[in-house]
Design a protein around this ligand. Sequence first.
Ligand SMILES: CCCCCCCCCCCCC/C=C/C(=O)SCCNC(=O)CCNC(=O)[C@H](O)C(C)(C)COP(=O)(O)OP(=O)(O)OC[C@H]1O[C@@H](n2cnc3c(N)ncnc32)[C@H](O)[C@@H]1OP(=O)(O)O
Length: 325
Amino acid sequence: MAMALRAASRVLLRAGSRLGRREAVDGARRFANKRVLVETEGAAGATRIAVMKFRNPPVNSLSLDFLTEFVISLEKLENDKSIRGVILTSDSLKRGNQTKVAATEKTEEKRATRDHGGRLQERPGIFSAGLDLLEMYGRNPAHYAEYWKAVQELWLRLYLSSLTLMSAINGASPAGGCLLAITCDYRIMADNPKYTIGLNESLLGIVAPFWLKDNYVNTIGHRAAERALQLGTLFPPAEALKVGVVDEVVPEDQVHSKTLSVMAKWLAIPDHSRQLTKTMMRKATADNLIKQREADIQNFASFISRDSIQKSLHMYLEKLKHKKG
Ligand SMILES: CCCCCCCCCCCCC/C=C/C(=O)SCCNC(=O)CCNC(=O)[C@H](O)C(C)(C)COP(=O)(O)OP(=O)(O)OC[C@H]1O[C@@H](n2cnc3c(N)ncnc32)[C@H](O)[C@@H]1OP(=O)(O)O
């Protein structure tokens, strides 16, 4: 398993440097590639935590490029012995198809956009819109296989990470967005009813893979997962808390500070005992995928290539495109 992960990571690292994606390195405190910004907090020499900010506009979808850059960044953090905790969150996104508010306007208005009548329109934040539908639609089986391998890799890396992982969910988090969150050790969500979280695959005419289903069952229990998966339920914050998809809901402007303070409590636990406990809880679920990765890739490639599934995805994409009109 470790060898397989190391080999896959070497491939990803080679791909990353070939594409020249690393844009800026500022000592050990901040590094970025195009789609993931990593900032570290804490004094040099002491335990530090890192914040991984997604910035893949317009909706932080998990494109192949994003997945590659994410895994490279995570690996760098895993290899940095001063880092013990990582927070996953979204960088604030600005959508390209609306007029951006002038920088001179008040701070709260800067985060808004204007509608066609020129009125300020508050847009919901987005943690991640999940897997990139354009990676799963209209491509060939080889592409689907490559994409799915990268999705598996992301899940395995996160689910088995020895770091303490927390998600600061500052926006909508459907499907693959929820995947990112539920691999974490702790989830804190902004109290904004416009934000929802859950595995909504069934609404798209697709099915969550067994390992994501297992992760969901481990998080919210079998009965709740059975119902939520069939209905494709996207929970607003209060319901997400009630069912256990998230651990805490806090006012939007406190998500980051609250996550930092919970992280401090987790980091007070000795690493070795916490890590061994985490492995004990998660290994069997991860092993289920590890022992049949190749078969899972083939299943995905043939499932997603079906005419009926492509048709469902087409209809869903059209629905997204026309919902504004
Ligand atoms: C027999 C069994 C065998 C099983 C074998 C296994 C099979 C496995 C099958 C595969 C299962 C995989 C698991 C899938 C996981 C997923 O993650 S699928 C993706 C699910 N995501 C969604 O449903 C979210 C869709 N998006 C939205 O709801 C909204 O966009 C939003 C995130 C709430 C944001 O809304 P808003 O701010 O209003 O922005 P929009 O205008 O809607 O979007 C802006 C543009 O972005 C495009 N877009 C949105 N989401 C995605 C996406 N996920 N991928 C790619 N592109 C996306 C959207 O179309 C807009 O585009 P333009 O119109 O061109 O601007």
